[in-house]
Design a protein around this ligand. Structure first.
Ligand code: NAP
Length: 330
């Protein structure tokens, strides 16, 4: 693919697929080559709406298209494992929507397949590429706010209760934790790494899916973290990093913050977000493109071992909450 555009195949023609498709088209060096849906009419409508060259009424047909350079897995969480494996076994590199898989076992299988085939694989955890989040991590790591004592993170949004909606349906990988909680968990991890102890409390919907989840993490070296997510109502809070000589506030929401407020001793600074093009996903499109052009099978900014390790923690949180997916038994 020296010099020529990266040709994307979008697998699943749902909501986020359209949002990210706009950003693929808006990122120089990338083109929307194909889209696949279980429904040929939906694929054709998506192709017409987003100016995609080819549409397929089956995922396997698109994966057989030799002109697809990379596949964006945009199906629901419960399908990521099956569809990522399907794409990798067809020889295609993959960008897999969050949550990467339902549990760590599934994630290990996908990562092992990608590594065995030496194919690129990345979780579409776009917040890890966000310049403000990366700047906040760099400031904390530099010692400018002193020793990091604690991290508080939150991502919440109202999903009105509907037992048929994927967020409340355990068979579809329902629950606030895998939909929203992956952000507070990932961002806290970026500052502090793997916790030594995890405690979780939460509220479950009548379907058994978690609706509000509160976590406490502890690190033997000292710091603590408090993480919150809820699908029962919105929250303006993003994140707060407390240091022994200051703090960093990530505002107003965690997945796509607008500013950092940094207190270094007596110095107060507000850092505004740099302009981001499109819907905010161009950074992950650029990252996939960079890795493919450099022949990388993994992004150092979204390491696969961390994707798996984070799912290990989410498995433990679900165990404590009593949230079980049918796939956990496989
Ligand atoms: N990064 C972000 O900011 C962000 C934002 C929203 C969602 N997401 C993630 O993106 C994924 C999709 O979310 P979405 O909101 O786009 O969902 P959605 O609108 O329901 O679309 C999901 C698509 O998955 C496909 N699919 C394949 N098998 C399915 C099955 N058995 N049941 C249901 N759908 C199936 C369907 O595509 P076809 O029928 O066309 O084949 C469906 O349109 C989720 O994992 C979610 O966490 C990420």
């Amino acid at each position: 693919m020296d010099g020529r555009a990266i040709r994307w195949g979008v697998l699943g023609a749902g909501g986020i697929a359209g949002t990210v498709a706009v950003d693929i088209a808006a990122t120089p060096g990338n083109v929307l080559h194909a889209v696949a849906s279980r429904d040929a009419d939906r694929a054709a409508a998506f192709a017409a709406a987003y100016d995609v060259r080819c549409s397929y009424g089956s995922y396997t047909d698109m994966l057989a298209d030799a002109d697809v350079d990379v596949v964006y897995i945009a199906t629901t969480h419960a399908q990521h494992h099956e569809h990522a494996l399907l794409a990798l076994r067809s020889g295609k590199p993959v960008l897999v929507e969050k949550a990467f898989t339902l549990n760590a076992r599934q994630a290990r299988e996908v990562v092992a397949e990608a590594r065995a085939r030496e194919l690129f694989c990345m979780e579409a955890m776009w917040t890890r590429l966000n310049p403000l989040i990366r700047q906040a991590v760099a400031i904390a790591a530099s010692g400018e706010i002193g020793d990091v004592l604690g991290v508080r993170t939150d991502l919440s949004k109202l999903f009105p209760y509907d037992p048929a909606h994927r967020l409340y349906d355990l068979a579809a990988g329902g629950g606030a934790l895998l939909d929203l909680g992956v952000y507070p968990v990932t961002v806290a991890w970026m500052f502090l790494g793997r916790p030594d102890a995890v405690q979780a409390l939460g509220t479950l919907a009548p379907t058994g899916a978690d609706v509000t989840v509160s976590q406490q993490w502890h690190y033997d070296r000292g710091p603590v973290a408090q993480l919150y997510c809820s699908a029962a109502g919105p929250s303006p809070f993003g994140g707060l990093i407390n240091g022994s000589d200051g703090w960093i506030s990530i505002e107003p929401r965690l997945h796509r913050p607008q500013q950092l407020v940094v207190q270094r001793g007596t110095q107060h600074e507000v850092i505004e977000a740099p302009p981001v093009s499109g819907n905010g996903y161009t950074l992950e499109v650029e990252e996939v493109e960079r890795c493919l052009r450099e022949g990388r099978t993994e992004s150092e900014h979204i390491p696969l071992d961390e994707t798996v390790a984070i799912l290990d923690v989410l498995d433990e949180v679900r165990r404590q909450l009593g949230v079980h997916y049918p796939a956990d038994e496989e």
